[in-house]
Write a protein of this length. Structure first.
Length: 156
């Protein structure tokens, strides 16, 4: 009987082990990479498109002046007058959309101008986060002592 008590049998029994109940990861963990990507995309859009938005606003203003001079200096009938008014309305609406975009994103543009290294550092951080996430999916554990467990069988 004493031999049975001090048995060194390390085999795993056939009874199933109940799953460990873990709390879910914080909600920001899985979203951290996508949030960082979205922020970088916003910064890139503002930086790349800023000059185009300003140019487009100037283009709308020039077209407005052309139409106003057409109205001022030429004679036209009601149908032609309506077409000119409609064109003027469309150009002014486009200009307003552009100006609203520029006004909304001006703070980001100013922030980028004052923090030139931010985008570079944020990109490096994103690459590092993606690398870490990739490594999480490729983890391998080699048992140190227990060679009778399923994990050891997969490696052997």
């Amino acid at each position: 009987m004493a031999d049975e008590i001090h048995s060194t049998d390390t085999r795993i029994s056939d009874t199933p082990i109940p799953p460990v109940s873990l709390s879910p990861p914080p909600p920001t963990t899985p979203n951290a990479i996508s949030t960082t990507k979205n922020f970088l995309e916003t910064l890139n859009t503002v930086e790349q498109d800023w000059a185009n938005w300003i140019t487009d606003i100037q283009q709308c203003e020039s077209e407005t002046q052309d139409l106003l001079h057409e109205i001022e200096l030429t004679k036209f009938d009601v149908q032609r007058g309506y077409k000119l008014a409609k064109q003027l309305q469309e150009i002014r609406q486009r200009r307003r959309e552009l100006k609203d975009t520029v006004e909304l994103l001006r703070n980001i543009k100013d922030f980028l101008d004052c923090n030139k290294q931010l985008k570079i550092n944020l990109y490096k951080t994103l690459v590092s986060m993606e690398h870490i996430e990739e490594n999480h999916g490729q983890r391998v554990y080699t048992p140190r002592v227990r060679t009778d467990i399923t994990l050891a069988e997969k490696l052997g």
